[in-house]
Design a binder for this molecule. Structure first.
Ligand SMILES: C[S@@+](CC[C@H](N)C(=O)[O-])C[C@H]1O[C@@H](n2cnc3c(N)ncnc32)[C@H](O)[C@@H]1O
Length: 242
């Protein structure tokens, strides 16, 4: 591991926003390289499972939408009349606009921990890709998500997980903490600590079983998760009860 230090909880939101603004131009290719393009399949899975969980869904909110990968996938579904992508980094959002051109999608600047612009029960589906580990108060964010979901709605969260077999974890950690930042520096053109932040932010993020418990504690039901590549990434599916 290198000497990178995570920002304090207090400084985290501004640190995360400013730094995502800074790396936005390299972000999509960084994801392709560090996941060997697999993140595209995982994002397809997120949208497919959300729509399977709520077959008559009419509205979807993609939080921490960044460059709009999940938002654009949602926008292709003809039954979804309302699709909103929300992120607090304007630069990340600027790369989302071309992906949803010609589609009925609202891309808005906002804070995933304070969704005051949305009334209770506004959406059938809420998705989030690699966003939850970046918010400074995970439980507060999950409570907001539950509030804006309709009864019977679903939340699908994709993020990093813990690799379980010990011998694989050693390789996964070496790859994640040592190699992944190098991809970032190469694509960005020089060193940028955000590419160290991204793997290091997983250290304070709950493992898959703990996140399932937290989702249940917040009041979601029928919570389950799907590991990808031995738990390197994981998607949680959580319902808001009727
Ligand atoms: C790792 S990127 C993920 C982007 C996209 N969802 C994806 O899967 O490729 C995380 C995004 O979360 C956004 N973000 C982090 N905290 C946020 C918050 N509190 N409110 C809104 N956006 C936030 C960042 O600006 C960044 O665009």
């Amino acid at each position: 591991m290198n000497q990178y230090q995570l920002p304090s909880q207090e400084k985290k939101p501004e640190y995360v926003r400013q730094n995502f603004d800074g790396i936005a131009k390299a972000y999509d290719r960084f994801n392709d390289w560090n996941s060997f393009f697999l993140h595209r399949k995982w994002k397809d899975w997120v949208v497919r499972k959300a729509l399977e969980a709520v077959p008559n869904a009419k509205s979807a909110l993609d939080l921490c939408c960044g460059t709009g990968d999940i938002t654009s996938r949602l926008s292709k579904h003809p039954n979804l009349e309302t699709v909103v992508g929300l992120d607090f980094s304007e630069q990340m959002l600027s790369y989302a606009f071309p992906k949803v051109e010609g589609k009925q999608v609202n891309l808005i600047v906002g804070d995933a921990m304070d969704l005051k612009q949305f009334a209770d029960g506004s959406f059938d589906i809420v998705t989030m890709g690699f966003g939850l580990r970046n918010v400074s108060d995970l439980r507060l964010c999950l409570k907001e998500i539950k509030r804006v979901l309709k009864e019977g709605g679903v939340y699908v969260n994709l993020d990093v997980g813990r690799v379980r077999p010990r011998f694989l974890k050693v390789f996964a950690d070496f790859y994640f903490f040592k190699i992944v930042p190098l991809f970032g520096y190469l694509l960005y053109g020089k060193q940028n600590e955000m590419f160290d932040y991204l793997p290091h932010s997983s250290k304070t993020y709950p493992d898959q079983e703990t996140l399932k418990t937290i989702l249940e504690e917040v009041g979601f039901t029928n919570v389950w998760f799907q590991n990808f590549v031995f738990g390197n990434a994981v998607a949680h599916v959580a319902k808001k009860a009727n």
